[in-house]
Write a protein that binds this ligand. Structure first.
Ligand SMILES: Nc1ncnc2c1ncn2[C@@H]1O[C@H](COP(=O)(O)OP(=O)(O)OP(=O)(O)O)[C@@H](O)[C@H]1O
Ligand SMILES: [Mg+2]
Length: 394
């Protein structure tokens, strides 16, 4: 416990600083306790049945390739049960892909003809599950062998912390701001960091990113206007990824609009409450107006998919179900079939800056865990289908 003493600052500015310092040191203590001993996140292992499911093979097939020596035994074998690290799963994919007759069976990466998928999650309603959905999609795809880049466009940095970097404390490296700023921007390749989660990289964010809003308001660089800056940054690293997921801040400012201009698909997470639905209507009205403005300025906006995702769905709550049906009746398949169920498994995991994919099933009530994971898997699979469609597969 930190000793709690009264705050001593007298002026509001000093008080804000004092509060922030106290908060930061408390966060540091909290994180140290949560991620002991070395304050870095690490990923759990995957038991054999889950590993087989992720690789898309049967348990019998796994036993066979082990006994034939095609893929090495995982390091962690306890009482005859195999547990795989995500890294070992990546390596198994590579080996199996080499021996597979069907190209892309184990490594589903895009080919040169298939263009980079850039999905932006956006809604100016705070708390509509933008960041939660982004991290779950990121983990879903990375576990299935795609190369994923998570771009944090929110100066609050929630996605950045979920990727194992704490923008509030020790992190003072380059951020997405440095790649898109007007003065002397750095190459995006210098910003992108691998994470502890194999297959997932992050373009981190921190408070300084909000400078982009102010600078964009005063800068007019006709050669590189604000709405080209994220797209151009992504172009510098595009060969390294199959999928980019952009988490946006709860506002429709220059950052969100520049993200929209870089995106190939848009996903609008939406909680089925009357307030959220009407605020989303306003959001889209504004977004439409801004899209027209940047199109007039020379941006080409073309989306493979532009969908709503119902989040924090409560199947037993009648009013929210009515609103969800109302949205489906109005917009049909523009509303994704899968929904994110409201679940304590999700909120508990995100408290620890984790996704449901990082939680060990036996540490939760199984039924609760399964419902939450199935719901996230269904969203991931539906997005994967849309991506395959955009690539002209399936
Ligand atoms: N499916 C869910 N079930 C339960 N809780 C959820 C679910 N999805 C999100 N939450 C909780 O709702 C809160 C807000 O979620 P999140 O941070 O993802 O929203 P956001 O849209 O990114 O917010 P912001 O606008 O502030 O960036 C979080 O505390 C998260 O744990
Ligand atoms: Mg967020």
């Amino acid at each position: 416990m930190i000793p709690v003493t009264p705050l001593t600052a007298d002026r509001p500015s000093a008080l804000a600083t004092e509060i922030s310092e106290r908060l930061n040191s408390a966060i540091r203590e909290h994180l140290l306790a949560a991620f002991a001993p070395d304050n870095t996140k690490s990923l759990r292992t995957f038991a054999a049945p889950e590993a087989a499911e992720l690789l898309g093979v049967s348990g019998q097939f796994m036993r066979k390739v082990h006994s034939e020596g095609t893929i090495p035994e995982p390091k962690d074998v306890r009482s005859g049960r195999r547990y795989y690290t995500a890294q070992e799963l990546w390596e198994a994919r590579e080996t199996l892909e080499k021996t597979s007759r069907k190209q892309g069976r184990y490594i589903p990466r895009r080919t040169e003809e298939e263009k980079l998928q850039v999905w932006q999650l956006m809604n100016f309603k705070g708390g509509s599950s933008k960041s939660t959905t982004t991290i779950h999609l990121a983990h879903f795809f990375a576990l299935r062998g795609y190369r994923v880049l998570a771009v944090d466009l929110d100066p609050q940095g929630s996605l950045t912390s979920m990727c194992g970097i704490s923008p509030e404390i020790e992190f003072d490296g380059l951020t997405i701001y440095d790649a898109i700023r007007y003065e002397d921007p750095v190459n995006m390749a210098d910003v992108v960091l691998p994470t502890y989660f194999p297959g997932l990289s992050v373009a981190p964010s921190r408070l300084v990113l909000s400078e982009f809003e102010t600078e964009s308001a005063v800068h007019s660089n006709p050669d590189h206007p604000f709405f080209t800056r994220i797209r151009n940054a992504l172009a510098q690293v595009e060969d390294d990824f199959d999928l980019v997921l952009i988490d946006s801040p709860p506002q429709l400012g220059f950052l969100t609009i520049a993200g929209m201009a870089a995106a190939s698909s848009l996903l609008v997470p939406l909680t089925p409450s009357m307030l959220d639905v009407s605020s989303t209507a306003q959001f889209l009205e504004l977004a439409g107006a801004y899209m027209a403005v940047i199109e007039d300025a020379g941006a080409t906006l073309e989306y493979d998919s532009f969908k709503f995702l119902i989040t924090r769905d409560e199947p037993t709550d009648v009013p929210s179900q009515q609103l969800a049906s109302f949205m489906r009746a109005l917009f049909q398949d523009r509303v994704m079939s899968a929904t994110a169920l409201k679940s304590t498994a999700i909120s508990d995991a995100t408290m620890l800056k984790q996704s449901i994919y990082e939680v060990v099933r036996s540490e939760m009530t199984r039924a609760t865990y399964d419902r939450a994971k199935n719901s996230m898997d269904a969203i991931g699979s539906e997005v994967e289908q849309m991506i395959h469609q955009a690539w002209g597969r399936s």
